[in-house]
Design a binder for this molecule. Structure first.
Ligand SMILES: *Cc1c(COP(=O)(O)O)cnc(C)c1O
Length: 400
């Protein structure tokens, strides 16, 4: 897992990711009055013309939104777009990525049951599994998702396989087709956190995954102005989530944020290739830099999990040499602001050591194989030469 095999090969990229996603987003049906942008249905409830309409709607014979904790037309428009982009039958929006993750997992795993998750999954997903789940008597076993034999050994008896490819902070890949085949043989539901790749660069449903999760706060929104989540999958799976957890846990997406997300989605296929290009430019230069020991970027992986990626996002990490003073490096950066989250227009830096201290005693670095010398970059939409000049001067100021 620690080898750094090759350099980036641009020929390995598929070329059609842009056109398809852009077309899916461009074909807006006109909204009331011929508007090209849907109205924000800022309403908590929807009234009925008469008794029969209400009775037929409640009985499922007629379709109409009832109350915005269930359905709201602005949010439904966002859900339909995400479903189309992911090649799913249906999708459900949530108030955050964590609301989507918790409602999805809890819809399929209950007390006395077990699930398997990839190590180095997103920090708050890990904290949900470690803090709340033991109290609900749900057991979570972690595996190195890059190793199909380890996953196969852990699967028997599990209810759900939780993937995230690439993983947070370490950017380890998983072979989606192989792992979902193993899960399907045993009737185990598979989920993936696809926030990093987005449907522009990876369509997990076409590779056998049942349910695709997103923190829509990241690339789907793209402007660092929204916290939201979404899950996409078969109509039956989404119906199950609606019935088991969605309405009752109550983590619904607000109409205004659904509207902001629709705006963000329109430029997703334009933003992602820019993040990819700038991210790779900086990754390549870091790789050649004397103060950098390794770059954790899926472009430098030989893992079969790479074959389902049509491109690369602008989020990756790297490890610096012993003689770099990491706090001084981070403080010297000007364009890369210090902060969590990612996927927006702005470049950001997160030192792994500080980030992992959010979970003292549980999220041990040894267990998760994250070196304290790891730094994560979110490469934004700024001019890449300005970003590189910023990095170069920060290295100069961070000699021990
Ligand atoms: C941010 C993030 C989440 C959680 O999403 P929120 O919208 O912040 O709740 C989940 N997965 C990944 C990979 C993330 O980066």
């Amino acid at each position: 897992m620690n080898e750094q095999p090759n350099t980036f090969d641009p020929a390995s990229l598929a070329s059609d990711y842009l056109g398809e996603a852009a077309t899916l987003l461009a074909h807006d049906d006109p909204f009331p009055g011929g508007a090209v942008v849907p109205p924000i249905y800022q309403t908590s409830l929807f009234t009925f013309a008469n008794y029969a309409d209400m009775a037929d709607t409640f009985a499922g014979r007629r379709k109409q939104p009832i109350y915005s904790r269930g359905d709201n037309p602005t949010v439904m428009e966002f859900e339909a777009r995400v479903a189309a982009l992911e090649g799913a039958e249906a999708a459900r929006g949530f108030s955050s990525g964590m609301a989507a993750i918790s409602a999805t997992v809890l819809a399929f795993v209950g007390a006395g049951e077990r699930m398997v998750a990839v190590r180095n999954c997103y920090g708050d997903a890990y904290r949900l599994f470690e803090r709340l789940f033991p109290r609900l008597h749900i057991k979570v076993d972690y595996v190195d998702g890059s190793d199909p034999d380890a996953v196969a050994a852990a699967l028997p008896g599990a209810k759900l396989l939780y993937l995230e490819s690439p993983t947070s902070m370490m950017f380890e890949l998983q072979d989606l087709e192989h792992l979902t085949r193993l899960a399907k043989e045993q009737g185990i539901v598979t989920t993936i956190d696809n926030s990093w790749a987005t449907p522009v660069f990876q369509k997990p449903i076409s590779h056998g995954v049942d349910l695709v999760l997103h923190s829509a706060s990241k690339y789907l929104s793209g402007h660092s102005d929204t916290v939201a989540g979404v899950v996409a999958g078969s109509a039956a799976h989404i119906k199950h989530i609606n019935e088991q957890t969605y309405s009752q846990l109550g983590g619904k997406l607000s109409p205004f944020e659904g509207w902001l997300l629709l705006r963000g989605l329109r430029t997703l296929p334009l933003r992602l290739p820019h993040h990819m290009k700038s991210g790779l430019t900086i990754a390549e230069r870091l790789k050649a830099h004397g103060k950098v020991e390794r770059v954790n970027h899926p472009a430098y992986s030989n893992h079969p999990g790479k074959k389902t990626l049509a491109g690369y996002a602008g989020l990756f990490s790297f490890e610096v040499t012993e003689d770099v003073d990491i706090p001084a490096f981070v403080d010297a950066l000007k364009y890369f602001r210090i902060g969590v989250s990612w996927g927006g227009h702005e470049s950001l830096v997160v030192p792994a050591k500080a980030s992992l201290e959010q979970t003292p005693g549980i999220n041990s670095m040894a267990r998760f194989d994250v070196s304290p010398r790891t730094i994560r970059f979110n490469v934004g939409l700024e001019n890449v030469e300005d970003l590189w000049a910023d990095i170069a001067q920060a290295f100069d100021k961070s000699k021990k």
